[in-house]
Design a protein around this ligand. Sequence first.
Ligand code: ADE
Length: 986
Amino acid sequence: MSFGNRFFFVSLFLGTALTRFCNCNQVVLLDTTSVLGELGWKTYPINGWDAITEMDEHNRPIHTFQVCNVMEPNQNNWLRSNWISRQAAQKVYVELRFTLRDCNSIPWVSGTCKETFNLFYHETDEAHGVKFRPAQYTKIDTIAADESFTQMDLGDRILKLNTEVREVGPINRKGFYLAFQDIGACIALVSVRVYYKKCPFTLRNLASFPDTVPRVDSSSLVEVRGACVDHAEERDTPKLFCGADGDWLVPLGRCVCSVGYEEIDGSCVACRPGFYKAYAGNIKCSKCPPHSFSYGDASAICRCEKGFFRAEKDPPTMACTRPPSPPRNLIFNLNDTCLLLEWSPPSDTGGRRDLTYNVQCKRCGPEPDHCQLCEDELRFLPGPLGLTNATVTVLDFSAHANYTFEIESLNGVSDMSSFPRQVAIITVSTDQGGPSLVGTLKKDWASPNSIALSWQQPEQTTLPIIDYEVKYYEKEHELLSYSSTRTKAPSVIVSGLKPATWYVFSVRTRTAAGYSSYSPKYEYETTGDSSNMASDQGQVLVIVTAAVGGFTLLVILTLFLLITGRCQWYFKAKMTSEDKRRANYQNGHVPFPGIKTYVDPDTYEDPTQAVHEFTKEIDPSRIRIERVIGAGEFGEVCSGRLRTPGKKEIAVAIKTLKGGYVERQRRDFLREASIMGQFDHPNIIRLEGVVTKSRPVMIVVEYMENGSLDSFLRQHDGHFTVIQLVGMLRGIASGMKYLSDMGYVHRDLAARNILVNSNLVCKVSDFGLSRVLEDDPEAAYTTTGGKIPIRWTAPEAISYRKFSSASDAWSYGIVMWEVMSYGERPYWEMSNQDVILSIEEGYRLPAPMGCPVALHQLMLHCWQKERNHRPKFTDIVSFLDKLIRNPSSLLPLVEDIQSLPESPGEEMDYPMFISVGDWLDSIKMSQYKSNFMAAGYNTLDSVARMSIEDVRRIGVELIGHQRRIISSIQTLHLQLLHEHEKGFHV
Ligand code: ADE
């Protein structure tokens, strides 16, 4: 018998409840709500499921399947869909919307009424028609309702619609059927939607990425190479990774617009006339530089106006230029041997800075048109061509001649112009007259450093001689420089010369009329050096004095350093652990008052001393080894029991040092015990003691029943509540807070180095600084030669080994991600190089599935590039405590927020807010601004202290809105903690 009067209300909600927002990353294979004609699904037996088709307010059919044989035992009613092609899918999702009647609400059906139905599928390459054999079908799941409804609900006309989604796959055949088995429930199947997920076509960084179907295996990503959009070219290969949920992850590489094109709204658009772009890249088109133009679209370069040019090496960005005007104000200054030409730069440099001058000389006869070029006869200093200063000295000219000099200014485009060159011209007559020359120059004597010269006074001088100028230079270096000296007598001793060197001398007289010409040149040599020995001895003396002085200084300095205690190696062996703590403190670890600080065992000259100080020796007769549980770097790891007189026997893990070790290995092995022995915290693995006086050498620690956290989570995927996971994270954070307060930096914090006991308590293990990295299979060599677990390590520690509690906080964020994803590998199978690159480009791991917003926020906080902005472990512990005390704050999940109808597909961004208004805008809750203000919550500080009751009290009534606000307040709280720490006021 069927249960009458059923499901008359179905159409009440369909118009609204089934409205969906964009599911852009889903490809729908079947949606019963959008099938206009008959569905044609088969029912077996005929009187089982009923197909009911009604019309909605838009006259569209609503296909519903109903069954309600709750009074009759042994129901086995099947409903089979049509054949559904799988298209490109490997895995499909089946979304069912249905109502289910609560059996308690139906009288007299207790033995027969059921509250579940079964979902099946069968893969085939083609449709079977009416043929249906239930045995061929594979069960997907038993479907139960989250919400069943009662007769009372019916009376109130409140409908409880359930939505259930199941994954089916991998599917290998071309298509499949779905089948629904009813075994005696009262069900209305309102809609069936079958879809698969894809990463939809997208444009990123000027590259297009096609629709991509994710892998069936949800832990691996599909790497997709992008194709540059039109008029763009590749820089680094553009890549995206398609994740299992149809999200694009980790953008790498990019394309840039080609020459002549600029980026506008994600595509490359041609430069307009009058504009150009000469280089490919993310730069805009520029206006043509002065004296250039472009007529067409997409110009790579602008052409020069007439009379203007671009030199070969001029960049396209430079204005076009022209040759300079001629030099101005050309004058000369002549004396007996030297003619100086000087001029002013041209009035128009042509717009360039590469101005030079060329000098051309013409010697003309009495008739001005009988001229010949004369550059070769004269000497020009510094030269006749390519002058950069507006002056030139002319030498070796004839005494009685007329010279014409043409000075031309040039620049980098002078050669390109066909205009005749313009020059500045000057004519110089060298026939000047003046005082007479002196006669022969005689050497009177020479020494290694001096030469004495004398000469005859000129016989006839019209004016009295004021003095003589003696010019001399080293013969070998004639053109480099010369010296001169003056004397009133016709003799001179020229000193300061080099031994055994030839010099050239000449003399001229000076009268009131000026200088005479120089006498002819005379060459004389200084004598050889007999005083070398003396000067060598002088040098030796200087060296010896310096050496003795230096040595004395060294002795004084060494004594000083020893007295001030800087030569720590000298004292190392004599330091107590208290001294070493102080030494650690000086090395940058700031201890908290009342908290012991950690002592690095390496500060002990004798490491066994550190072992004695920080560990207890155990008599091996107290240890019973039971099983081998693993292999460490130094030997086997076993489980066993430890007896202590007067105490209960406890389970322990025993690390052994295998035989045949060298002293360094024994020291490294026991180093971990020396570190662990200093710690005493419920979230740090406890050292019971060591065996060093007999073989094998052993380290005995508390036993952790569930082994390492990463494999434990992988074995229990999806088994824990969010609160349990947060509890584990809280424990790890608390252990890390203790370590950072002690001044200990772990450097290898990762889920594999956390141990879990039978009560799910997590404890930090694996101590030993550099050694643990040797031991860690995740540690890879960096370019600087260090061995670092790249995926867990903060960028500053990878780049320049800046390890600190802040870099441990980064690793903690990764551990959070590992925990929330049940042991997924961070950054999946991306290469270490890609991980480094993507972090540098600002990419951060997305929230794992089912991860509360507040936790992903905390992860992002830990992954701030600026290490001082990351939370301290003390902040992390108090933040997690708050979440645990207020579990509703963990309800908003990242995937819920991301699919809010108000912002389809939009990613949440979490900036540092400035005002309460900005903050509400950012979480799309602007409508409550006046509620917050009216209640006096006008600073972020006051908002951060609000509870859910406060939020309700100010008039936020919708539960979803309350949740959204509260979850954002959690994050706000953490941010504010930091702003205050940095003295930053919001
Ligand atoms: N493996 C390494 N150390 C361990 C411990 N303390 N307990 C259990 N398994 C371990």
